[in-house]
Design a protein around this ligand. Sequence first.
Ligand code: GDP
Length: 597
Amino acid sequence: MNEKRNRKAIVIPDFLTVRELADLMEASPIQVIKELMNNGILANINQQIDYETAAIVAEEMGFETRPEAPPAIVEEIPMIPQPLKERMYEGEAPEDLEPRPPVVTILGHVDHGKTTLLDVIRHTNVVAGEAGGITQHIGAYQVEHDGKKITFLDTPGHEAFTAMRARGAQGADIAILVVAADDGVMPQTQEAIDHARAARVPIVVALNKIDKANANPERVKQQLADVGLQIEEWGGQTICVPVSAKQKIGMDDLLDNILAVAELAELKANPHRSAMGTVIEGELDKSRGPTATLLVQNGTLRLGDALLIEDISGRIKAMFNERGERVREATPSTPVVVLGLSDIPHPGDSFQVVEDERIARAMAARRADEKERMAIQPTRVLSLEGILDQIRAGQVKELNLILKADVRGTIEPIVNSLQKLGDKDLKVNILHQGTGNIGESDVMLAVASRAIVIGFNVTVDPAASRTAEAEGVDIRLYDIIYKLIDDVEKALKGLLEPVYKEVVSGHAEVRAIFNIPRVGKIAGVYVTDGHITRNSLARIRRNDQLIYEGRVSSLKRFTEDVKEIREGFECGLGLEGFRDFEEGHIIEFYHKERELG
Ligand code: GDP
């Protein structure tokens, strides 16, 4: 009895790691892990546990527990929108802005030498005085040239570049387009150009493999001109540097030109504020917990800073550069690896530093709730009609399209007709055109640039189709040119009627009926095939007669609300405005999908 009075009290936050709980109790983490195991929970030292779990363990280990009071200010903190690059530096006083190194990405066709180029630059231009350090792959690195720094993103290719943009971030300031002088402009060269242009990122061409006997730089320059990249030598704007990554020819020239383009762009940031930027990579390190490579784009990131990354929170417990050395701070355009996050973030997520860890945690929790709520709503469709609404509201002045057709010959007439449709207030902007099926890269470009994908006599790759569905991208397929043009024209005039088709997702059989006070009649059902989701539509037929058509109003498993129930499981089901369940009723579940084309 006395024991209780003598118990030491500890204050436990909503979430904490096993190690943090052990620290609070001045106990060994092993002891905590054992106690968790006694309660049926397997956890490692860096794992997050919630208050309830921590309290049980602490009480069993002889402590009295109290929850940490929620921070009073949480309600007043607005959701900070994704700091898009254009917005990243908004509102900074000009006197606070200082030049920052350019962030460079490498794009180009497969085998044209992107990886070789990245490796050569990395190994021959390590930051002065630091040569010999072992560089690790962290997703980005910095080199020094002429006393100036340049940051390279070292996952080459427009897929990574656009995937990042699709999440609302834009890391790169300049794109190096690698084109092999013996091979010329290839399909992915064209894609890379379109992706860089859609992102409005300046392109520097590295005309690679000039050491090869069959290199034909003049032919490549002509091909570049044909796809609209006029190089300087021919009176255009694009810098083209002949190089050989393999023989390390032209590297200085290439870096000189990157610095020149960077200078022209007047890249600046405010190092005197709290940091924000983009996640380059995230992974789980077995011994160190979740880690992430962050690219600081504005402000200065410091050890101990509280971080908010989407719905993940944390506090920087340690920070490393690409040579694995501990650093205490990171200024704009610097990539660093950080430890101390509650979970693994995605590449392209934006991060920001907030006042303290409790605020970060509260905001992360709120965002997680928000995400949950969004997930049960029908997918937001980046549809032709949706974009038209935005155009009407004056938010958008261009209709961005991505066009894929089966053969070259049909692209030109389609493009010509489409381009005639716009007027001075509303431009039809074809971001990318090409032959072949609609692939994931097309869909990602559509997400990143808020575009519609149009296919003519082509199909959609399964992966692209999944991404389009998840991201809500509108793909419209046609096999008659005039129908395609007609639809876009109607859309521009706001006349397009969306066409929906029904997709049946599953069936369930009523096995029991319950009357729940204040809620009404709930059926206990068994899912015989497919699945039911909380936003499913439902209908019941008896002897071919429709007796109900409406929405699912509640879906519960035991007492828990759930989002989805699969075949072979039982659940409690409520239907909007329906009370007349009978045992043996077969309920059909379906949803409406937009008809393509
Ligand atoms: P990526 O697919 O664009 O990343 O291309 P890689 O960097 O993997 O290069 C593809 C191949 O081209 C490799 O065998 C390289 O050794 C070779 N390569 C890259 N750059 C050059 C170059 O400047 N000259 C020659 N001759 N070969 C090169």
